[in-house]
Write a protein that binds this ligand. Structure first.
Ligand code: ATP
Ligand code: MG
Length: 233
């Protein structure tokens, strides 16, 4: 699934000198391709999360257009945009968003019951366990989020994002709180997904994550450019 953004911008209200708004993202063109891992690097506050939130329809651009496989994402009403996102996108947010009253396995399985009905409970369970096991936390299936470490919660969020076999994976710093072994497991999984033809986008500060990317962009003050240091890849 291909996502194309044309001249997207996003302003937020904030007193900055004479103006009472600023550009978090400025006039950006971008295409996310199938079968590729695209990386976005950049300093804290440079606009990375704002940018990817617009790409997955969680945040409306102030101007510009976003097409998802030829469908104009921005003009869709909220219900249609949510349906498209929940069916086709696997989103790993930067902040932790577990459902506290659900166990680990219930957290991972929940999107399958909410957005897909064609798999049996057993099939969903097996898929959830297989993802947890790829990420090294299958033994935690019956624990609750408050009993997990930051890195374990992050891996649970990754399994949850992948339960519906999404065509697009958008991950905001998925390895930032992981050790080397877990980082390798996550990056291998991402590489495999791209190998299956999925479109993968990773925001990262992690040199190891950068190594697996086919192309890397740098966000600098709201402007996204191909990263010249890695452009030869
Ligand atoms: N809802 C909002 N309202 C106002 N300003 C915001 C909002 N969300 C983000 N910003 C501002 O927009 C700028 C870009 O924020 P963003 O979260 O996109 O940065 P980032 O590159 O993801 O940073 P980090 O690496 O720390 O996650 C920051 O200056 C931030 O303070
Ligand atoms: Mg961010």
């Amino acid at each position: 699934m291909r996502i194309s953004a044309r001249k997207i911008e996003r302003t937020f209200f904030r007193k900055t000198g004479q103006a009472n708004f600023f550009y978090a993202v400025k006039e950006t063109d971008f295409t996310l391709l199938e079968g590729n891992i695209t990386g976005i690097i950049g300093r804290s506050g440079s606009g990375k999360t704002t940018f990817i939130n617009m790409l997955c329809g969680l945040l409306r651009p102030t101007s510009g257009s976003i097409e998802v496989d030829g469908v104009d994402f921005i003009t869709l009403d909220d219900d249609s945009a949510s349906l498209l996102r929940n069916r086709k996108f696997g989103i790993i947010p930067q902040s932790q968003t577990p459902i506290q009253s659900f166990s680990v396995i219930e957290n991972v399985m929940a999107p399958a019951f909410i957005y897909k009905s064609d798999l049996s409970r057993e099939e969903v369970y097996n898929r959830a366990i297989s993802l947890l096991s790829r990420l090294g936390i299958e033994s935690l299936e019956d624990e609750y989020p408050s009993q997990l470490s930051g890195g374990e919660l992050r891996r649970m969020a990754i399994a949850r994002a992948l339960i519906n076999d999404p065509e697009v994976i958008i991950a905001d710093e998925p390895t930032s709180d992981l050790d080397d072994k877990s980082t390798d497991a996550v990056l291998n999984l991402m590489r495999e997904l791209a190998g299956e033809g999925k479109s993968v986008l990773i925001v990262t500060h992690d040199r190891d994550a950068e190594k697996i990317c086919d192309v890397i962009y740098k966000m600098d003050g709201g402007v996204l450019k191909k990263d010249t240091e890695t452009a030869s890849k």
